[in-house]
Structures are given as structure tokens and as C-alpha cells.
Design a protein around this ligand. Structure first.
Ligand SMILES: Nc1ncnc2c1ncn2[C@@H]1O[C@H](COP(=O)(O)OP(=O)(O)OP(=O)(O)O)[C@@H](O)[C@H]1O
Length: 596
């Protein structure tokens, strides 16, 4: 063996075809798309020489008499050497040639024709080149052999592809299946595409996607949106991007959309349908938008089922994001009704944009809705109260705080929803003039009016007694005056003490991890606070009780009740204490020993 002798790779055509059919071309209808694309490219090449040519594609479906399918274009045709060079070499394409402007063409990989082998054992191409005085017939079979025959000159320049359906794919060539498929791919093309079926001639692409031209009225665009997506959109925004030479329409959805759900779009490349996926063309926050887009300058992957993720695509995405933002900006003055509707329906997405873009935040800030202890309010409305706006990032905390806040006259925002906390923090740092603060019940308690030292001293006796009654609870006891006066007590735990609580619960369940967890060093451990409201008549009576037997059950009942009111979990031990205390009080009440 000559060690240096070079060998060439061999291609197993049948293996290649099954590879393409099973993996690259995910559905057998791909041949329709590829034939369409070749026909359109051939017409484009001819138009580059003679712009008066009107492109036409004629399709004949198999009939009972003629079992074959034909697909005919009036494009540039193929010369004999081109048949050998491009049609017969897998991976060769005439459309990469820089002499003819390759950018005009849809195809470029030189493999599309192979998709015909998925549905047909042989491919026949009859072609009359604009440059030849006679035509050729190329017959290729899926075993990798082909022949070329000379045919007389055909007055009709162009190419006809003839296929013989494999038994299992006969249904693909029936009108009912074929027509919607070719419309799906070719509806936006400007070349006239007709199907000649028995005595009928059916025009495939009547409307030719006029939305691409960018000169339609809004009403027409909305109607197209309704026809294509079956949705009555809130608004339609025609656009053009410099990057990717894209044009189309952005539609605003009329209902709330899930933030993670994917939208279906219609993306076309040089007017050929490519995909329903936006392929990352829209920013992630633009879930309230559906899109019709045609690009003349983006690139498809070889499977032609998605776009290549390159710099141009990233630029298009940036431009589309800007277009949506500018649209919302101008809408506020041009069409406030739609603006407020969009804010109302899509506030989640609008908040997402505002979080990403400070300028946009300034634009919409006043109109953003937030849930507060006084219902849903716009930010403008909230800020107009002139008071400090507190927000709770936690829903349970919000539930506890809101009642107290109502009586204090404070506004509290429930910032437990997506984006709210981050957004309020962003607003607070961008606008120091607004008083916005995170709050929890513990902090709110600290903000309540304390009693003076003199009064504090006068309460020392009762303080000691209450603490003695509740000594198994490591609490801080406070006396305050606050509204609503019908609230006798408050119980609240600082966030840190949730940790202690966990240890407590683990201990109660004799969990062996309790001591291990307890040994983790902590920052200063704040205690839960049990607060008595001196403005409440019950508490005013309670502090005068000297008999510990009477005081004990009252304190115990009030303590557990305060925990329950604060929505804290009450353990078995506390429930038992509550029941026993209540029982004692009932007994005492019945014997008329107490009168509070
Ligand atoms: N209808 C046609 N008219 C003229 N030339 C054609 C026609 N169909 C195919 N060809 C020639 O055959 C070549 C190979 O076609 P094929 O569909 O396999 O690949 P392509 O269109 O170049 O690229 P892609 O794989 O991206 O579709 C083309 O580059 C073109 O030169």
C-alpha cells in the first residue's frame, strides 16, 4: 500500500438521504418548500437579467391518468455544465456565486433537492436554460446515478421537476393536503403560483402578504392579524429594521399572557415562510406581542427551520425592543385609551421592561399598578398620599401588616408579586424624593408610639407578672399606644427569629439536628414581641389586676390570640394553654369571680 496516496471521501447517497429525511428535514413536506425555493431563486436569477419577466410557478398534481407530479418555473434554467456542477453534486450551489448577487437567493447549501428523494425514488428535471439552444432532461435515482438526455428546444425557458410519489407518501400529493402546505410556505411570495388540478386552476398566493410592503392602514393590518392568528388584537404596529432588512407588523395581544409561555409568530425569509418560532428575535419581555416578520438579510440554518443566531439577529432583536418601547412612549399621547388598556392588561410585562430600562421606567412609572392595603392603585395615586409608602416583599407579612397600616393611615404595597420588589427598590434609588421603604410587622411595631418613662415605671409591676406568666416564651414585652384601639395586643416575630423557631420546632419533635443547627453562630438574636395596647379598654383593665390566678388565664388567652391574629403557626402546647386558660375563665365567669 502506498502510504502517501491520497484517497477521497466517498458519500453513500442512500445513507445521506435517510440522514437528511430523518434528521435534517423533520417532515416529508419539506420537498414542497425546497422546490418552491428553487423555483423562486431561478426566477430571481432570470429577473436579474431581464426585470420585465413576470415570475410564474405552475404545479400539476398526480391524476388517475398521470401518476406523476410536476413543478414548473419560468426561471433562468440550467446549462449542461450547470447540471453536472450544481444539480448533480451534493453540497454545490450556484447561489453562493458572488458574481451573481448571492444575497438575492433563498437557497445556498446545495442540499435542498435531496428532500425530493424522501418522497420519490427518482427525480426528473427538464430544463431550458436562457443561454442554451436546446433543453436537457436529467434523471437521478436515489442510488446515486443520473443520466442526461438532450431534448429539443423548449420555447418556455425554465425548469420542470417531475416526481413519482413513493407509495407511503401518495397523500402528500392530494389537493387537500398539498394546497394548505404550499400556501403555508408560499403565501407571501410575489411570483404567481398556480395549481392545475383536473379542469381547475387554483391560485395559491392571492394576497401576497401586503403587510410586508408597509403601506397598509392600521385597520387592514388588524384584519390581517385576525386572519392569520385568529385574534382580535389591541393594536398593530408596522415596522422596519435596518439590521436584517426586516419589515412586518407587531401585534398587541388583547389578553394577559403567561410570562413563560411561548408565542407563535410568522417569520419569513425573502418572503418564504420559515418558522412560527420567533427564534429569539423578540426580547424576552415582549410576550404580549405577536409578530409577522419578513427579513431579506437574516440567514436560515441548513434545515431552514430556524434562523442562525448571529450578530445581525442580535441587532434585529435590539431594534425590535426599541420599536416596542418607542411605540408605548408615543402611544401615551397619541392614543391614551390603548395605552392604558395595554398597561392594564400587560402590566407584568410593562414592569419587566421598566426594570430593564430606566428611561422607560420614567415614562410609565406613574401608571404602573400595585396592590396596596387600599386595593389596586397606580403609582401616581400611591405617591400622591404624600406619606411614606411601605412595601412587604412577603405576602404573609403583607397580610399582617395591612390591618395595622390601615389604621395608621399608611399605604403598604404588597410587593410579593413578580418584579414589584425589585421595581420599588429601583424607584426608591432613582427617586430619593419618594419615601419608599420595605416594612414588616416587626418594623411597623417599632414605629408605633411608645409610652413615656414615667408610665413605663408605673407598669413595672404588671410587666414582671406578665413576663412570669409567659416565661416559657422568650419574648419581649412592650406597652404602646396605637390605633385601632379595639386591637388589644399584637404579636410579631423579627425575621431572624424564624431561625430560632425552626430550632424550637425541631426540638419539640426531638429532631437530632436541632442541637447541630443551634450551634451555628448567629447574629444578634432578636426576640418575638408581645405588645399591649394601652389605648384599649381591656388592657386598661388588665393592668389593674393584682390577683395572679385571674391574670394568668387572661394573659395566656390574649397571648395565643395575638399569635393567631398575626397568622403565626400555633403549636400543640399553645393550643392546650389557650384551651385551659379559656376554661378557667369560663369557670370564673360562671362563679362571677371576675368582672372585666
Ligand atoms: N428550478 C431550478 N432552476 C434552476 N436551477 C436549479 C433549480 N433547482 C435547482 N437548481 C440548481 O441546483 C442547485 C442545487 O439545488 P438545491 O436545491 O439542492 O440547493 P440550493 O437551492 O442551492 O441550496 P439549499 O440547500 O440551501 O436549498 C442549485 O444551486 C441550482 O443551481
Amino acid at each position: 500500500m502506498d502510504q502517501n496516496q491520497p484517497y477521497s471521501f466517498q458519500v453513500n447517497l442512500q445513507g445521506m438521504i435517510s440522514l437528511l429525511s430523518e434528521h435534517l428535514y423533520s417532515n416529508p413536506n419539506t420537498f414542497i418548500r425546497e422546490l418552491l425555493q428553487n423555483g423562486v431563486d431561478a426566477i430571481t436569477a432570470r429577473k436579474n437579467l431581464d426585470e420585465t419577466i413576470v415570475g410564474k410557478i405552475k404545479i400539476q398534481l398526480p391524476t388517475d391518468e398521470d401518476a406523476f407530479f410536476t413543478f414548473q418555473d419560468n426561471g433562468i434554467g440550467l446549462k449542461e455544465n450547470e447540471i453536472h456542477q450544481f444539480l448533480s453534486v451534493i453540497g454545490e450551489s450556484s447561489k453562493r456565486n458572488d458574481n451573481i448577487d448571492g444575497k438575492d437567493f433563498i437557497g445556498k447549501f446545495g442540499i435542498g433537492m435531496l428532500s425530493c428523494f424522501v418522497v420519490s425514488e427518482k427525480i426528473i428535471v427538464e430544463t431550458q436554460s436562457i443561454f442554451e439552444d436546446h433543453s436537457f432532461r436529467w434523471t437521478a435515482s436515489s442510488d446515486g446515478n443520473y443520466t442526461i438526455e438532450n431534448l429539443p428546444r423548449n420555447e418556455n425557458v425554465g425548469t420542470k421537476v417531475i416526481l413519482y410519489s413513493k407509495a407511503q407518501y401518495k397523500h402528500l400529493f392530494g389537493l387537500n393536503h398539498f394546497l394548505p402546505q404550499i400556501r403555508y410556505y408560499g403565501n407571501a411570495l410575489t411570483e404567481e403560483i398556480v395549481i392545475e388540478n383536473k379542469n381547475d386552476t387554483i391560485i395559491v398566493n392571492e394576497t401576497k402578504a401586503q403587510w410586508i410592503n408597509g403601506n397598509l392602514e392600521k385597520e387592514d393590518l388588524l384584519q390581517i392579524g385576525r386572519d392569520v392568528f385568529n385574534i382580535k388584537f389591541l393594536d398593530a404596529i408596522p415596522f422596519h429594521t435596518k439590521a436584517g432588512d426586516c419589515s412586518g407588523v407587531l401585534y398587541i395581544l388583547p389578553q394577559k399572557t403567561s410570562f413563560s409561555g411561548k408565542q407563535n409568530h410568522r417569520v419569513f425569509l425573502k418572503r418564504m415562510f420559515l418558522t412560527e418560532n420567533d427564534n429569539g428575535l423578540l426580547p424576552s419581555w415582549a410576550f404580549f406581542v405577536k409578530m409577522l416578520l419578513n427579513s431579506n438579510d437574516l440567514n436560515a440554518t441548513a434545515s431552514r427551520e430556524s434562523l442562525m443566531h448571529n450578530d445581525v439577529l442580535r441587532e434585529v432583536k435590539k431594534e425590535l425592543g426599541e420599536i416596542i418601547k418607542h411605540y408605548l412612549e408615543s402611544l401615551k399621547t397619541l392614543n391614551p385609551e390603548i395605552y392604558y388598556k395595554i398597561i392594564q392588561v400587560h402590566f407584568l410585562h410593562v414592569k419587566a421592561i421598566a426594570l430593564e430600562d430606566t428611561e422607560f421606567l420614567q415614562l410609565v412609572i406613574n401608571d404602573l399598578p400595585f396592590e396596596t392595603n387600599k386595593g389596586f392603585r397606580s403609582f401616581r395615586n400611591i405617591i400622591e398620599t404624600g406619606q411614606t409608602i411601605y412595601y412587604c416583599p412577603d405576602f404573609d407579612e403583607f397580610k399582617q401588616v395591612q390591618r395595622l397600616a390601615n389604621f395608621q393611615g399608611n399605604m403598604v404595597v404588597n410587593a410579593s408579586y413578580t418584579f414589584d420588589e425589585e421595581l420599588l427598590r429601583k424607584i426608591a434609588s432613582a427617586h430619593p424624593e419618594y419615601k419608599i421603604q420595605a416594612i414588616n410587622s416587626y418594623k411597623l411595631l417599632n414605629s408605633l408610639q411608645s409610652i413615656d418613662e414615667k408610665e413605663e415605671i408605673s407598669l413595672l409591676g404588671i410587666r414582671t407578672k406578665i413576663l412570669e406568666i409567659l416565661k416559657s416564651y422568650n419574648i419581649e414585652l412592650e406597652f404602646k399606644r396605637f390605633q385601632p384601639s379595639d386591637t388589644p395586643t399584637l404579636y410579631t416575630r423579627p425575621e431572624e427569629s424564624a431561625f430560632n423557631n425552626t430550632i424550637k420546632q425541631l426540638k419539640e419533635n426531638s429532631n437530632p439536628f436541632a442541637s447541630a443547627i443551634q450551634s451555628i453562630p448567629q447574629e444578634v438574636q432578636k426576640k418575638p414581641v408581645f405588645c399591649l395596647n394601652l389605648d384599649n379598654s381591656l388592657i386598661q383593665n388588665l393592668i389593674t389586676i393584682t390577683d395572679t390566678d385571674i391574670l394568668t388565664p387572661i394573659v395566656q388567652v390574649l397571648f395565643v390570640q395575638a399569635m393567631l391574629m398575626g397568622k403565626y403557626t400555633v403549636s400543640e402546647k399553645e393550643l392546650t394553654m389557650f384551651n385551659d386558660a379559656l376554661y378557667s375563665l369560663i369557670v370564673m365567669g360562671m362563679t362571677n369571680f371576675i368582672n372585666i
